[in-house]
Unconditional design. Structure first.
Length: 363
């Protein structure tokens, strides 16, 4: 009788495991504009009933999921966490595998801290290089709190420099830079963020009525730096060297080419890499924009004067060994208001945590 009962329980658990995987995969197929929502809602009705021991599998399910699906699965994890003792050993094992989803790992971290607050400090001390930017931010905050107890200026400077080297959050970096400045240490933010400052620029090409965003002008075909062009209003021009001196790494096209409205400019630069690798391209631009890496379009935003902030647009790209090409198209509209005169961008190349890979110039 015991054997039969055990077999029944084992079979039920195996069936539940199969169902759990199916429900998770259904949720992972959810997408924008209602795609897969009906099926996902049905799957979530089952996932929301799962016990706490299902949490490791739910966390695993976040790997490779889109942001919308991650939010749904997070809800299932939080629901399961209310249904009994957490399998902390398994959750911690998931957290320790740094190739797991950073969103899922952050959630695992929060679950462990909620259950065992005394573990938080010890974990964060080992997480300054964590690929989860939220966990890394907290680890840097812990480092900053330790600096308050220091009395020697040299120790404070060393502490802030250490924190700066690990921080990836913009507000946190600026706070550290200000603290170092008060101690007489200037931080070169252009170098720290890896802003690309040296360019060849060409323009203005015509963009009346904002109609030429998808017009492929000659610089999109090739970047022959000896080539000359006929642009808007019959203006003749070629590629022009321009190096920004802005403290935040902004490339101002009004300075490079003069103030033009209803116009398009191109900016071209080489980025050298000593080995093939995957990178993040991080663009800030107040104008409509496109970015190509080695001829492949990676960023495209037909939006004008919607604000500009660091790392506003982020895209994945591949670099080859040696010289790589970066081409940017920046489109200005015809608005005459004072706030609509900016024609500029800021761009950098980083790893997937936001760490700068330098300015890309050949040493």
């Amino acid at each position: 009788m015991c054997v039969i009962g055990c077999m029944i329980l084992t079979g039920a658990k195996e069936t539940q495991g199969v169902d759990l995987k199916t429900w998770i995969e259904t949720v992972k197929r959810v997408g924008p504009e209602g795609k897969g929502h009906e099926a996902a809602i049905q799957a979530m009705s089952m996932l929301s009933k799962q016990p706490a021991d299902s949490i490791p599998q739910l966390l695993e399910g976040m790997n490779g999921a889109n942001r919308l699906a991650v939010n749904w699965l997070r809800s299932a994890v939080e629901s399961a966490a209310d249904k009994g003792n957490l399998p902390l050993a398994e959750i911690k094992s998931f957290l320790e595998k740094k190739d797991n989803s950073p969103f899922a790992r952050r959630l695992a971290f929060e679950l462990i801290v909620a259950a065992s607050p005394e573990q938080k400090k010890a974990m964060l001390l080992e997480m300054l290089d964590d690929p989860s930017l939220e966990i890394r931010r907290d680890a840097v905050e812990l480092e900053l709190s330790k600096i308050k107890a220091l009395t020697k200026q040299s120790e404070k400077i060393a502490g802030y420099r250490k924190a700066l080297s690990h921080s990836r959050e913009i507000a946190q970096i600026k706070l550290i830079a200000d603290a170092l400045s008060e101690l007489g240490e200037k931080v070169n933010q252009v170098k720290h963020f890896g802003m690309i400052m040296q360019w060849h620029v060409a323009g203005p090409f015509e963009n009346k009525n904002q109609a030429k965003f998808n017009q492929a002008y000659p610089p999109e075909e090739n970047q022959d730096l000896k080539q000359t062009f006929t642009g808007m209003d019959g203006i003749q021009f070629g590629w022009k060297q321009y190096q920004s001196s802005d403290e935040e790494g902004i490339v101002d096209l009004n300075k490079a080419l003069a103030n033009h409205k209803g116009a398009i400019a191109y900016a071209y630069s080489d980025f050298y890499c000593d080995h093939p690798r995957q990178i993040d391209v991080r663009l800030a631009c107040i104008n409509a924009n496109k970015v190509w890496i080695n001829g492949k379009l990676v960023i495209s935003n037909d939006v004008y004067h919607a604000g500009m902030n660091l790392d506003q647009y982020i895209a994945k790209a591949s670099l080859k060994k040696g010289a790589n090409t970066i081409l940017i198209k920046v489109c200005q509209n015809e608005q005459t208001e004072s706030w609509a005169q900016r024609w500029q961008f800021q761009i950098r190349v980083t790893d997937d945590t936001g760490k700068a890979l330098g300015d890309g110039k050949q040493k």
